[in-house]
Design a protein around this ligand. Structure first.
Ligand SMILES: *[C@@H]1O[C@H](CO)[C@@H](O)[C@H](O)[C@H]1NC(C)=O
Ligand SMILES: *[C@@H]1O[C@H](CO)[C@@H](O)[C@H](O)[C@H]1NC(C)=O
Ligand SMILES: *[C@@H]1O[C@H](CO)[C@@H](O)[C@H](O)[C@H]1NC(C)=O
Ligand SMILES: [Zn+2]
Length: 425
């Protein structure tokens, strides 16, 4: 019987890995940090030329240097375009191997009753289906103060799924803390981190009075994967995919950047691309991705209900705490001082756990210009008291493909940052 089970599971796992023929093999690909020539920027779009030669640009929009992943036979052509290039990784395939195997949900039973997922969940990466199982299993352990929520459907018909958590005031009685993860498909550490937030809030509620106070003060709406099609695609086809999987009739290129698709100031130029082949393609009209529609609907509902006290859009990588505005480096949000004060507390709280150093500041002037990004829209249209983008570990060594060994330290330090934010907003 045991043999049979093992055989069955081998057969199943073989079946699950059959599409490897279509999966991008990054063996031998290099990750480079390249410095763009300043003088020619106005006459040639070097950035676009680099993007065309690279397999992926990892930090599209940064003006000083770009991190790119490039196939071995394109390295010379690409480096000829730049003034300087530094190797971040000689072999991206080897980096990917450090992420480890995708692990299933470990089910443990106490006295025949299924226990909530254990902390070992946060030591490996997981499939899309298993992330949904994790959320369902977690919710099932705390039915008196949580429920599974959905907000719209992706291009390919996947539901945007999350968890709503409340405390002793009852469901929907308090201002909202809204947290989104994995809008950029390849940012896997953000799935793990937003799930850790939900797991901590629920599993520590009964035993830790400080967590209880945080949960009693707010209603939490946490969606760990707001770009499910893109996330599934990173597991089936291309680990470094960023956008959703939406097509346009004018191009064979696929995908809108959901975080350049929010309507507020979407129409301005320079903070996103109008080319469907680029990583930051903004879409044809404001808010024309179904995922953005779902998220916008949620934002409007929360705004018109108890209001949004804090919005967090969790990204990687770079180690930044960013706030509005992205659309113009010279426009200062009227709550800038409050944003900076909370941001500095989060920065200190994270550093105190593990020494990880974050840079803080307004999005455009600190990192790069973005139009149609979530935080501008949710601050201005969603009327959130605070709306931040957090860019988690690291600063480029492993980039999006953070080794499995860094999941636990990352989620723990970021939780400390969240606690600090929740006690200061
Ligand atoms: C950029 O400009 C410099 C001098 O103006 C020139 O030497 C160089 O070849 C140019 N590079 C590219 C990629 O056009
Ligand atoms: C939900 O039930 C658990 C277990 O009985 C309890 O510890 C917790 O306080 C309850 N939560 C709320 C918000 O009533
Ligand atoms: C915006 O939020 C504030 C609380 O931060 C609230 O007083 C105000 O009524 C809200 N405005 C709108 C238009 O929802
Ligand atoms: Zn991102």
């Amino acid at each position: 019987m045991k043999c049979l089970l093992i055989l069955t599971s081998v057969a199943l796992s073989l079946a699950a890995t059959i599409p490897t023929s279509t999966k991008v093999d990054y063996s031998g690909f290099k990750a480079l940090r390249v410095t763009l020539p300043k003088a020619n920027k106005s006459t040639r779009n070097i950035e676009a030329e680099i993007e065309a030669l690279a397999a992926h640009v990892l930090n599209p929009g940064v003006t000083e240097h770009l991190d790119v992943v490039v196939a071995p036979d394109q390295v010379d052509a690409l480096t000829a375009l730049v003034t300087e290039s530094k190797v971040l990784s000689e072999d991206v395939g080897a980096l990917l191997a450090q992420e480890g195997e995708l692990a299933p949900v470990e089910r443990t039973y106490d006295f025949g009753i299924q226990a909530v997922p254990s902390e070992t969940w946060f030591t490996a990466y997981h499939s899309y289906a298993d992330h949904l199982t994790f959320l369902n299993d977690l919710q099932a352990g705390f039915t008196n103060q949580s429920e599974i929520i959905t907000t719209g459907t992706s291009v390919q018909g996947r539901t945007l799924t999350g968890i709503h958590i409340w405390g002793n005031g009852g469901k929907g009685s308090k201002p909202a803390i809204l947290i989104h993860g994995t809008v950029h498909a390849r940012e896997w550490i953000t799935t793990m981190t937003t799930e850790y937030f939900a797991w901590q809030l629920l599993t520590k509620y009964a035993s830790d009075s400080s967590v209880k106070a945080l949960v009693d003060n707010y209603d939490y709406y946490i969606i760990p994967i707001v770009n499910p099609d893109g996330f599934a695609y990173t597991q089936s086809n291309d680990r470094l995919w960023r956008k959703n999987r939406q097509t346009v009739s004018s191009s064979t290129c696929v995908g809108r950047d959901i975080n350049r698709n929010w309507p507020f100031k979407w129409e301005l130029t320079n903070g996103a691309s109008t080319n469907p082949c680029r990583e930051t393609y903004k879409g044809q009209v404001a808010g024309d991705s179904p995922e953005n529609l779902g998220l916008r609907t949620q934002v409007n509902t929360l705004r018109d209900g108890k209001g949004i006290r804090l919005y967090l859009d969790i990204h990687s990588y770079g180690q930044y705490i960013l706030w509005p505005f992205g659309y113009d480096c010279n426009v200062v949000v009227d709550t800038d001082a409050a944003y900076r004060s909370v941001g500095a507390k989060v920065q200190s709280a994270i550093r105190a756990v593990s020494g990880t150093a974050y840079t803080i500041g307004p999005s455009c002037s600190t990192l790069y210009a973005t139009t149609g990004a979530s935080v501008d829209h949710i601050d201005q249209v969603g009327n959130a008291s605070y709306a931040y983008t957090w860019e988690l570990r690291d600063t480029g060594t492993n980039g999006f493909t953070l080794p499995a060994s860094q999941i636990s330290p990352t989620v723990k330090e970021t939780w400390a940052g969240l606690v600090s934010a929740l006690t200061s907003v």
